[in-house]
Design a binder for this molecule. Structure first.
Ligand SMILES: Cc1cc2nc3c(=O)[nH]c(=O)nc-3n(C[C@H](O)[C@H](O)[C@H](O)COP(=O)(O)OP(=O)(O)OC[C@H]3O[C@@H](n4cnc5c(N)ncnc54)[C@H](O)[C@@H]3O)c2cc1C
Length: 293
């Protein structure tokens, strides 16, 4: 289908380079389906698909992916933060619906200004709400499931609304299956003050000081057996190592950055080199699209 092919629901479809939707700035073309409401999302996921959020945990191949890539826009990227009077109290509020396509950093800033506490520990995570909920993104200061009331999940079989108690969530996992789309959520937050929320955010922000400011998909490897992957990579002399325009960050060895014009092949080569030099099995933190054997 091209940009001009009409769809049943009017969903916008374009063949686009995926690099522009990722924080690493790498990735070839795919057919992107911009789902602006539930009907469009239902149509978008009628054929094999992948959901793309903020693209902050992905390395997408230079050849792109063969499946449809679904982006949540329009109503599914809108937010209603008004307290629901039936569910809110003097101390706690439950919001209206917040779309899975809402950028998390902007939402966290707004909640701070409103003096609503619960999600400020996730400050600095460059995700969309849906992607962050899907993997329960967080820091040592807090995680997405600290502030959820309801999660709406869309699959080709239909839509269901669940509470956190219905899900087997835990450390960096939501219990929501791969391919199930987090379309919207309602937040459960505590009434606080902008100053108090800001102070909590400052601690989480401080912890990011050593991270590189360049294009990156975040940490490359999980810590093997509790040992810091960054420390192992540093000890293996990997800081500032380059392949093409991809580099292991001089500030922090567990971050690969794009110096400008890096390819996915450059990044894959650096990941392979790091594993070989460190000599300890290290599991990737981010996802490769398509998966590599
Ligand atoms: C600079 C930097 C700092 C980071 N710091 C942290 C941190 O402190 N803590 C942390 O946990 N992570 C961190 N990350 C990693 C990343 O932000 C998280 O993994 C985040 O949850 C990814 O969300 P996303 O919307 O970008 O998802 P994407 O990268 O777009 O996708 C990742 C996965 O989520 C799925 N997905 C995306 N949207 C949806 C949806 N609506 N419904 C269902 N599935 C979906 C995708 O299909 C894919 O499988 C960091 C990344 C960067 C670049």
């Amino acid at each position: 289908m091209t940009a001009t092919t009409p769809s049943r629901t009017g969903v916008r479809v374009e063949r686009l380079p995926l690099a522009r939707f990722t924080t690493l700035g790498v990735g070839g073309e795919a057919e992107v389906w911009f789902a602006a409401n539930h009907a469009q999302l239902a149509e978008a996921i009628e054929a094999p698909y992948r959901v793309l959020g903020g693209g902050s945990n992905l390395v997408i191949a230079d050849a792109g992916v063969p499946e449809r890539v679904v982006r949540l826009t329009g109503e599914l990227a809108g937010r209603d933060l008004e307290p629901d009077p039936a569910l809110s109290t003097d101390t706690e509020i439950v919001t209206g619906w917040v779309g899975g396509g809402v950028p998390l950093p902007g939402l966290i800033r707004t909640l701070q200004k409103l003096g609503l506490s619960g999600l400020e520990g996730t400050v600095g995570i460059p995700a969309q709400v849906g992607g962050a909920v899907w993997m329960n993104a967080g820091t040592r200061y807090g995680e997405m499931f600290d502030g959820l009331h309801t999660v709406e999940i869309v699959t080709p079989q239909g839509t269901r609304q669940v509470t956190p108690d219905d899900l087997e969530w835990g450390y960096r996992q939501s219990g929501i299956a791969r391919g199930e789309v987090v379309s919207r959520v309602r937040l459960r937050l505590t009434r606080s003050t902008p100053e108090a929320v800001l102070e909590k955010m400052t601690h989480a922000d401080e912890a990011r000081k050593g991270q590189p400011k360049m294009k990156t998909p975040g940490c490359a490897f999980k810590n093997p057996g509790g040992v810091s992957a960054g420390k192992l990579m540093d000890e293996a002399g990997l800081k500032s190592t380059r392949v093409g325009a991809a580099m292991i960050a001089p500030e922090h060895a567990n971050f690969i950055v794009n110096l400008g014009g890096a390819s996915a092949a450059d990044v894959h080569a650096l990941l392979d080199l790091a594993r070989e030099r460190v000599g300890v099995p290290m599991e990737l933190e981010y996802e490769l699209w398509p998966e590599r054997g």
